[in-house]
Ligand binder design. Sequence first.
Ligand SMILES: Nc1ncnc2c1ncn2[C@@H]1O[C@H](COP(=O)(O)OP(=O)(O)O)[C@@H](O)[C@H]1O
Ligand SMILES: [Mg+2]
Length: 270
Amino acid sequence: MNQKAFEKIELPNVKNIIVIASGKGGVGKSTVAANLAVSLARQGHKTALVDADLYGPSIPMMFGVQNERPSGETKDGKEVICPVEKYGVKLISIGFFVSSGQSLIWRGPMASNGITQLFRDTEWGEIDFMIVDFPPGTGDIQLTTVQKLNLTGAIIVTTPQEVALSDARKAAAMFANIDLNVPILGIIENMAWFTPVNHPDEKYYIFGKGGGEKLAQEFRVRFLGQIPLVMEIGEVSDKGTTIYNQSNKTIIDSFEAISHVINEVISVKI
Ligand SMILES: Nc1ncnc2c1ncn2[C@@H]1O[C@H](COP(=O)(O)OP(=O)(O)O)[C@@H](O)[C@H]1O
Ligand SMILES: [Mg+2]
């Protein structure tokens, strides 16, 4: 590999970069990344969200900005991208630049270059938390990001069932790898239980119970919290709005509790 492949991307005005990863697709990584970003922004942090899922960018739709395009400007003789801003979060996604389906063909060096450009050529300004929504698994994009950026750490999202946990274990093992050595800030268990809309006090553990916590113990990392499987979460994502625009308080509490724990974990680390 040539020298350039290992060149670090310096983002001196970004205090914390946290990647949201999972072993499997569909466990709610993007949902967690988006709502955590909104929650952190509402707590007064300057927040950015990078949609690094070049193969299936979903952040523009979740924020209802799929028809917007980031503007460009020239700064110090260089072309830079100005992020789209929504709900107090600065957003960048490959979805803003390619039509849906087109990004699916990106592999290897092309994917690595694409992701490098998103980070490097965007005019971020001062950022407290940059949340990065990864594609599932441990491919080129994840490796490039981990090698080129100085990450604060990774958060692993899993659902409670065994098949998701075994894939999450592989993702966690990648970060814990001695060469990459990215701190795992903790595990979030999504779809932890199901609560029907008309029976808000009932909990059904349809995918099993305790899996996320078990994984956290196994890797000796913090269990950051659980998010229930509730219809409203999917609904707000589809509408391009946020958890703050619906009436289920449990969801808001779950995300706010997790963002507080993240703050705590990070300030302890520093
Ligand atoms: N806690 C939840 N409750 C209900 N639906 C959810 C929840 N988390 C995610 N979803 C839905 O599940 C689907 C997959 O979530 P997504 O965040 O796109 O997963 P990933 O990014 O891991 O592939 C989406 O339709 C999303 O709205
Ligand atoms: Mg996703």
